[in-house]
Design a protein around this ligand. Structure first.
Ligand code: 5GP
Length: 195
């Protein structure tokens, strides 16, 4: 998605070789016009999938998920992050390993909001090692709902999560795939390779 790539090049800040800071337009200060364009792109790519719910993870996934949910006219559920595993039977829970924080955290979703009749699209801001998406898939499986795939705003292709998920047969649609960020220079995968 050219508009997004332009914004990343103009406003993204590379930290080290593998972290991209996009807080000026994506996950702290939100560029609403860009977010709407992102959502239109997701909605277009998944329009034939008969989606009934969108599932994301707090906090940064909420904005792209809500804009997309609005366009597709479906509810958006965000998994909450919590520190301890509760034994509440009405919650679906999954453990996610964060490579950036080097620790596990638990996410949970009330069983009131996803069930076996749902067809669910996952949306998230970043895809790195794929652990967040795997945690959300775990929740969808616990709910016995159907997974459509994952829509990701920025995939860091060099961290392997996208490769691993696609190998598992999961549909992953990323609007910008970064192949490298070494020495602060962002290199995108070209559009044809993305497909
Ligand atoms: P994964 O589970 O795929 O390794 O990481 C995905 C999660 O980590 C995303 O939900 C995102 O919040 C966070 N994340 C991973 N890499 C980056 C990055 O380069 N920049 C920012 N802002 N967040 C990231």
């Amino acid at each position: 998605m050219q508009l997004l790539k332009k914004k990343i090049l103009e406003n993204g800040i590379v930290l080290g070789d593998d972290v991209l800071k996009v807080d000026s337009f994506l996950n702290h200060c939100i560029d609403t016009k860009l977010m709407y364009a992102i959502a239109q792109e997701f909605a277009e790519r998944f329009k034939n999938s008969k989606i009934t719910k969108i599932l994301t993870i707090e906090t940064s996934g909420i904005a792209p998920a809500v804009f997309t949910g609005y366009i597709l006219d479906v509810p958006v559920i965000f998994a909450k992050k919590s520190k301890s595993i509760t034994l509440d039977k009405s919650m679906f829970e999954a453990n996610i390993y964060s490579y950036t924080k080097m620790q596990y955290y638990t996410i949970n979703v009330s069983s009131k909001f996803i069930n076996r009749n749902d067809t669910v699209l996952i949306i998230d801001d970043f895809l790195a090692n794929g652990q967040a998406v795997l945690g959300l898939i775990d929740i969808i499986n616990q709910a016995k709902a159907k997974l459509v795939g994952a829509g990701v705003v920025i995939e860091k292709g060099f961290q392997g999560g996208g490769r691993m998920l696609r190998k598992e047969g999961i549909r992953v649609e990323s609007l910008a795939i970064i192949d490298s960020m070494s020495k602060g220079e962002i290199k995108f995968r070209n559009e044809e390779e993305e497909k």
